[in-house]
Design a protein around this ligand. Structure first.
Ligand SMILES: O=C(O)C(=O)C[C@]1(C(=O)O)C=C[C@@H](O)C=C1
Length: 489
């Protein structure tokens, strides 16, 4: 069993799988459908043009036989060793030798050892670029163990149950495989490309397997290692390096909480809301809304505005000077979560999803109601997967982006998670106001605020109480304002 602790990121087209953000991959094209022999080129060209090639969208293809391999070498970003034929060694071998990244699915009954042995075999037959894919039974424990034991990236195929997307990311999946909504529509059309096998994969595979094995025995050995007809041009050049992020403006010093000059212009300052001067917390003032209470000002006893490193500075300090990403060639931060966070519309994005991805839509508008339904379900699944990657990914994946855009994308993911939590917090704080004998600013409880800041500081030690206090002051006040506004409605 291959075992190395070093994580081996794999570039698939423009995506980097295994390092940086988790990715969402829209479907895999299976040639194990009912297309006739010899038309793999036609099927793949169709599939690729239907899917479009926006940045970050990649095409994984499962061959039916060795005859499909030249088309795959030319048109796919990775070849899939499908769960149903992992014992078809000649075909496995020929597929691995294409020179494309190999996605090795786990056969339903395969043990961890068998799966990893197959992956190691593929790595040895090819150029080592192997990704594990768990899906048939989606055993997240096993997936996690495989990732830890092999150092290889793992994908979780959640196309059968996208509700497991968040769990898969939490369990360490480097990417999620979901059905492609566009392919799904093709399949619903009965176009028979065999492309959307996410739902009926078992059946299609079972049908195709005997024939595939037979064909492979004849033809697989003819494929040499040199079959990398495609070349590796998917790797974008190096982006801006860590040095970029050091060209930041010096921290603003704004008196946010009345305790002397402070670092960081808070949201209030940015929003031009109240800023500046504040008096001591006085319930009357507070209730009247003329002046805002100082709340946590006394906790945030920061006097050395220039002395400490700002939160911004600390974030910059964490940027690694060098990562494997450049070497692996992936500007891969792009496929996933930044989409949800609203950046870079070139990729499979929440924007795509919201707007309805028209790639491949019949120009004459001939989609049937069934098509639309399938497509809508596919988009919803895609959105759910992207949310999991963004929100759960922000919590569980430690990223060390090397370039300014990547770093900003990573921040966008964290901000997306933060915004989600802030919204939830505001709702809870609103309930508390109704439950307290005296709610709103008038019922402010500074002991409670101090205590929660102290607790948070144990989770955010680099920020510490002094820096967290003004942040939480702003958060709490925003919640109280909202609660008071709602109470008036
Ligand atoms: O715990 C309370 O009593 C609340 O009203 C909630 C909350 C908060 O948002 O966390 C808001 C105001 C109080 O001063 C303390 C805490």
């Amino acid at each position: 069993m291959s075992s190395t602790l070093e994580r081996q990121a794999v570039a698939v087209g423009e995506l980097l799988v295994g390092e940086g953000p988790a990715v969402v991959i829209r479907g895999r094209v299976s040639l194990r459908g009912d297309h006739g022999p010899g038309d793999a080129y036609a099927v793949l060209r169709d599939a690729v043009s239907a899917r479009g090639r926006p940045r970050g969208r990649v095409t994984l293809v499962e061959p039916s036989s060795a005859a499909d391999l030249p088309a795959i070498a030319e048109l796919a970003d990775a070849v899939v060793v499908g769960a149903s034929w992992t014992r078809d060694i000649p075909l496995v071998r020929a597929a691995a030798a294409l020179g494309l990244p190999v996605v090795v699915e786990r056969r339903a009954s395969a043990s961890l050892e068998e799966w990893l042995e197959l992956a190691a075999y593929c790595a040895a037959e090819g150029d080592g670029q192997v990704i594990l894919c768990e899906g048939s039974q989606l055993d997240l424990g096993l997936m996690r163990a495989a990732r830890a034991a092999s150092g290889r990236p793992v994908l979780a195929d959640v196309s059968r149950d996208v509700g497991l997307a968040a769990a898969a990311i939490a369990a360490g999946a480097d990417g999620l495989l979901v059905d492609d909504p566009i392919q799904g529509r093709g399949a619903a059309d009965g176009q028979g490309h065999g492309a959307a096998d996410g739902q009926g994969r078992g059946g299609a595979d079972a049908r195709g397997r005997g024939a595939a094995e037979g064909r492979a025995r004849d033809g697989a050995s003819g494929q040499g290692r040199g079959a990398d007809a495609r070349g590796r041009d998917g790797a974008p050049g190096q982006g801006q390096r860590a040095g970029e992020s050091s060209r930041r403006a010096s921290p603003k010093t704004v008196d946010l909480v009345g305790g002397g000059a402070r670092e960081f212009a808070g949201p209030k300052d940015l929003a031009g809301a109240t800023g500046g001067e504040r008096g001591p917390a006085e319930p009357a003032d507070v209730a009247g809304g003329e002046r805002e209470p100082t709340g946590l000002r006394d906790i945030a006893d920061v006097t050395d505005a220039g002395g400490g490193e700002s939160a911004e500075g600390q974030a910059g300090g964490h940027v690694r000077k060098d990562t494997g990403r450049d070497t692996a060639g992936g500007d891969a931060g792009t496929t996933t979560a930044e989409d949800t966070a609203g950046r870079d519309a070139g990729v499979t994005t929440a924007g795509d999803v919201a707007a309805g991805d028209v790639t491949g839509r019949d120009a004459a508008g001939r989609a049937t109601a069934g098509d639309v339904e399938v497509e809508a379900a596919g988009h919803a699944a895609l959105r759910e997967a992207e949310e999991a990657v963004t929100i759960v990914g922000a919590l569980v994946r430690h990223e060390s982006p090397a370039t300014l855009p990547e770093c900003r994308e990573a921040i966008d993911r964290v901000d997306a998670a933060l915004a989600t939590l802030l919204e939830r917090r505001a709702a809870l704080a609103g309930i508390v106001q109704r439950l307290k004998p005296v709610g709103g600013f008038a019922g402010r409880d500074l002991d409670r605020e101090r205590a929660l800041v102290a607790k948070m500081a144990s989770r955010a030690p680099s920020l510490g109480e002094a820096r967290l206090a003004p942040i939480m002051n702003a958060v709490i006040e925003a919640g109280l304002h909202l609660a008071e506004e709602r109470a008036k409605e």
